[in-house]
Write a protein that binds this ligand. Structure first.
Ligand code: GDP
Ligand code: GDP
Length: 437
């Protein structure tokens, strides 16, 4: 199920990143901000009034040079229009309405996407009057907010979330594995798609999907059906825009949301770059199964240690994703290509794995016996029982006497024990601690 996307658009300095950080700020404390997950965030996930969404700060896209400001804003708006379900159009009460605002408004208006106008920097009651000129943008009542004071943000989210579509089902059968290929330009995404489709015994088939079938590519091999997500989008993507890193990262968000399994492509010739981490971090956070695919393996000079060294380098760079298997291949020569689909099948199974409660509790009892839970001011954490409440990704609730005593490090210890027992290769595992005495 794909979470809908909210995008924040607006001129530089209106306060987009300030608001973005406020929206995801609370979440980070609740969800997970594990070491290694990137700091330089342009996306996050949130929940408001019981609806989950992902939120994107398109302000991350900025071109150099003064004349480029308008171009940057245009790119942001274009991206938001293509990728977002609701757009927060942010303007600035201090500077008032500008020509650039009006130009963006026109682009957004033509898209017919739901738009909420947020007038930022309304830091005091006196500035309330400054919001009226923004009615003229034509998107209904603007919402006054202040990023500095944190006011109005609840109203803004009320409005934005009320315009979100229901969680999207794309109509594919449960047993179809949805695969997204993600990676920077020229890493070989299109080549890999073609190589997969050209493989022996691959049948490019028709699968009825209700909404997205035109842009996805279904195929079947050895009785297993797959859909490659957003392959049309991959072909369409402009290389010019893609050269700005954040743009291409954002282009991947929706595809990741819709996938079960994310293939994170890495260029063997170039090694790992920051952008790879952003993408991987998002797949992790979105709770998807992941596989690292090191492409262009043909182009690398190798000896018997090269593969191991490359693997180690991936492990060092992606500390938060040690669960993801690594496949080395060449989309060009098709060498080792046959290894990929079995790994996809495997991680997809692990992603949907459901462990019986009594088995889980056996593992936890053993773990607790070896290494007792933390204490705090004389109180000891007591684990009453553990149960898996969801799959894709596996989500496990730990019922305890006092959740506030649970440590991140102890949770990590339990996760390691659970993985040692049940593997869960290729998938994140979510642990939540809840009170139950
Ligand atoms: P972005 O370029 O649109 O992402 O804008 P930023 O979030 O980086 O903010 C630009 C500047 O505006 C920073 O100096 C912020 O501290 C300031 N700012 C953000 N929100 C407010 C606000 O509500 N009131 C005032 N007075 N300044 C703000
Ligand atoms: P995309 O931008 O990620 O879709 O990348 P493309 O599939 O368009 O590939 C970019 C370039 O890398 C093309 O020139 C491909 O021929 C080349 N390429 C793709 N896969 C491989 C590979 O496995 N080995 C080598 N040597 N080149 C490759």
């Amino acid at each position: 199920m794909a979470r809908p996307v909210i995008a924040i658009v607006g001129r530089p300095n209106v306060g987009k990143s300030t608001i973005f950080n406020r929206v995801i700020g609370d979440r980070l404390a609740i969800v997970e901000d594990k070491p290694g997950v990137t700091r330089d965030r342009i996306y996050g996930t949130g929940e408001w009034n019981g609806k989950s969404f992902s939120i994107v700060d398109t302000g991350g896209i900025e071109l150099d040079g003064e004349d480029e400001i308008m171009k940057s804003v245009r790119m942001q708006a274009e991206l938001a229009v293509e990728e977002a379900d609701v757009i927060i159009f942010m303007v600035d009460a201090k500077t008032g309405l500008t020509l650039a605002d009006e130009e963006v408004a026109q682009m957004l208006f033509r898209s017919r996407k739901p738009v909420v106008v947020a007038v930022n920097k309304v830091d005091n009651q006196g500035r309330m009057e400054d919001i009226y000129e923004f009615f003229g943008l034509g998107f209904g009542s603007p919402i006054a907010i202040s990023g500095s004071h944190g006011t109005g943000i609840g109203d803004l989210l009320d409005e934005a979330v009320s315009k979100l579509p229901e969680l999207e089902e794309d109509g594919y059968d449960e047993d179809i594995i949805k695969v997204a290929l993600i990676g920077r330009p020229n890493v070989g995404k299109s080549s890999l798609v073609n190589a997969l489709l050209g493989e022996e015994r691959v049948i490019v088939s028709d699968v009825a999907g209700t909404t997205r079938d035109a842009i996805d590519t279904p195929f079947e091999k050895d009785g297993q059906r797959y859909v490659l997500i957003d392959t049309a989008g991959m072909r369409k993507r402009g290389k010019v825009y893609e050269s700005t890193e954040k743009y291409s990262v954002m282009r991947s968000l929706k595809a990741i949301e819709r996938a079960d399994v994310v293939l994170i492509l890495i260029n063997a010739e170039e090694g790992i770059i920051e952008q790879d981490k952003h993408i991987a971090g998002y797949a992790h956070e979105a709770g998807k199964a992941s596989v690292f695919v090191v492409n262009k393996w043909d182009a690398v000079e190798k000896d018997d240690k090269t593969m191991q060294l490359f693997s180690q380098s991936i492990r060092d760079h992606f500390l938060f994703m040690t669960y993801a298997p690594i496949v080395f291949l060449s989309a060009l020569t098709k060498s080792r290509l046959h290894k990929l689909l079995p790994v996809i099948n495997h991680v997809s199974e692990q992603h949907a794995l459901r462990i019986q409660t009594h088995l889980l509790n056996d593992v936890i009892s053993d773990a607790v016996a070896i290494n007792p839970p933390p204490t705090d001011k004389g109180r000891r954490l007591r684990i009453n029982y553990v149960t898996q409440v969801a799959v894709r990704p596996p989500t496990i609730v730990i019922f305890v006497n006092a959740p506030e005593i649970m440590h991140f490090s102890y949770e990590r210890y339990l996760e390691n024990k659970i993985r040692a027992a049940f593997n869960f290769e290729g998938t994140p595992v979510r642990l939540f601690t809840r009170r139950k005495s």
